[in-house]
Write a protein of this length. Structure first.
Length: 181
């Protein structure tokens, strides 16, 4: 899928290669993998970027390897239901429903602190580490991503885009394709 990423003078650009370094828009070239944080325009399949992250190729390779483990060692998605110790997710990678079971050994965390199952709500985005067992996914840990990536302005965080074409500066758009597909 092709996405249009719009940026402006207020957009911040970073290189993510172990540490985060601020860079210029002109440092991002065709073929680079980027992540975008900003406001989505769903009808136009575009993002008005607040921040753009240029990824190191080794990070991309690790993410591809991690994606291959999806459903085997981890899940991520939006919570669609809570029923006792069962949490239902709409998977962010495969768009399928997944049933996650938590137990007394499961740890819960968000970006700031340890949490509990009671802190997880329908609509939250979570990452779950664990393993499949008897048709469900048994959680070892649950990380609530909602406080990190989402706020009342409903930003999008797209960590898997690769620059396909680029307009010359000072124009403010680039087209990117999902490199995680």
């Amino acid at each position: 899928m092709i996405h249009t990423v719009h940026f402006s003078a207020s957009t911040r650009f970073y290189r993510q290669a172990g540490t985060l370094q601020e860079i210029k828009a002109s440092d991002i070239k065709v073929g680079d993998a980027i992540g975008v944080r900003g406001e989505r325009e769903a009808a136009a399949n575009s993002v008005n970027a607040e921040r753009i992250f240029q990824f190191d190729p080794q990070i991309i390779q690790r993410r591809r390897e991690e994606k291959a483990k999806y459903g085997k060692t981890w899940l991520m998605g939006t919570v669609t239901a809570l029923n006792g110790v069962k949490v239902t997710l709409q998977g962010s990678v495969d768009n399928s429903a997944h049933t996650v079971v938590v137990n007394e050994s499961t740890t819960f965390r968000d970006t700031r602190k340890s949490t509990t199952l009671a802190d997880i709500k329908v609509g939250h985005t979570v990452r779950v580490d664990g393993a499949p067992k008897d048709g469900t996914f048994v959680a070892i840990s649950v990380f609530d991503l909602t406080p990190l990536f989402f706020n009342s302005n409903n930003p999008i965080r797209s960590p898997g885009l690769k620059i396909e074409t680029r307009t010359t500066l000072p124009e403010t758009a680039a087209c990117a394709q999902d490199w995680m597909e």
